[in-house]
Design a protein around this ligand. Sequence first.
Ligand code: ADP
Ligand code: MG
Length: 474
Amino acid sequence: MDSSWENLLQDEHQLEVLAQQAVDRALAEGVLLRTAQEPSSSTVVSYAPFTLFPSLVPQSLLEQAYAVQMDFNVLVDAVSQNAAFLEQTLSSTIKRDDFTARLFDIYKQVLKEGIAQTVFLGLNRSDYMFQRSSDGSPALKQIEINTISASFGGLASRTPAVHRHVLSVLRRTEEAAKILSNNPSKGLALGIAKAWELYGSANALVLLIAQEKERNIFDQRAIENELLARNIHVIRRRFEDVSEKGSLDQDRRLFVDGQEVAVVYFRDGYMPSQYSPQNWEARLLLERSCAVKCPDIATQLAGTKKVQQELSRVGVLEALLPGQPEAVARLRATFAGLYSLDMGEEGDQAIAEALAAPSRFVLKPQREGGGNNLYGDEMVQALVRLKDIEERASYILMEKIEPEPFGNCLLRPGSPARVVQCISELGIFGVYVRHGKTLVMNKHVGHLLRTKAIEHADGGVAAGVAVLDNPYPV
Ligand code: ADP
Ligand code: MG
């Protein structure tokens, strides 16, 4: 199998023509974003950036990522129910990181009052890169798990048609048929539908928390559409709307605009900039309610980078998942090196190693959404500044994954099509529903491949760095 599709093209002109065909197909399929300039416009939308070709991914790694997803679901759910673990793990971080501290504060308030919620819904996405090795067989290594607002499940169901189109134009019909079908938004909606059903109130709604100006609305709408097809109605509201029009009754049932809410689905609320004092109040109100939050505050905390780092410590997985050695082994196989920067000898040593070989590490604060991590010189400067102060505990250090670069063409509105060296990140969507103590759903529901040029160390699709892609299994 030829590893570079671009060799099938004769010249630059053919590349341009093919790119135009791909863009038209993407527009027709609804691979869309609203624009930054006109985020509310119905006349101006653009295609979401994507690769001209599907990128090669070893079949065995795809299978491994799918197989470990149910374990990650169980793990996140276990962490979210383990108050002692969360408290201990985050104790140093919350002293120095205000955002995590605010979240933790809400968590403590809810614990103190007693958790009214009885149905729990996790919609997450575990992300991986393929670490190259000397023997030529790459290894699956987790970058992070997203437990709140994991996105692009909607648009990812529409990109396979685009890549099949491209390969068909190139008369590679057999190869076109190998591009996997994918429908994460349907699976995510089935999770929401199950939680809604278990909540058990026929007239209650799903409340989708989002900002007013949302560029990625078509991705969110894909889930709304799936729910409506099952006669489950969704209302979109901002945190501000909840704070103005939301209330709890004496049983802590949640009402917004007089309508009962069964499930709250957050597509907002994962970054500090998304919270005004009013929004924090709204978040607390939602958390205190018996509505199914996706995620509840504990599950959001379970997705922090500090928790990820502690999970990699010897014996921790075993303690969280007793009697499940196979699951523990599958999970651990995907862990890269992760290092605590808490004050003390262990943290001192990690810093010394990172300063001695900066290209082998990434410095990560407790943030989501891309563009927050530090690499290379920036990382060194930060470590020198943080070395002796407690603020360092709000970060973790991670081994830098080095995938083997390959050629692909990144298509973005307004940029010429050309082949550049790229690396990919594979995400697997996971869904679980727990009713009281019983796990009633635990599945993987699809994948997302994102690809970026090698010169960008950090950043996802929303950050304007990575683009949508499809794995071509080899
Ligand atoms: P965020 O929550 O901001 O998405 P991530 O941990 O996913 O944080 O990091 C953002 C991006 O940085 C990733 O999509 C990936 O491109 C890059 N990155 C993160 N960790 C590593 C790592 N250990 N090795 C190589 N690249 C990484
Ligand atoms: Mg990420």
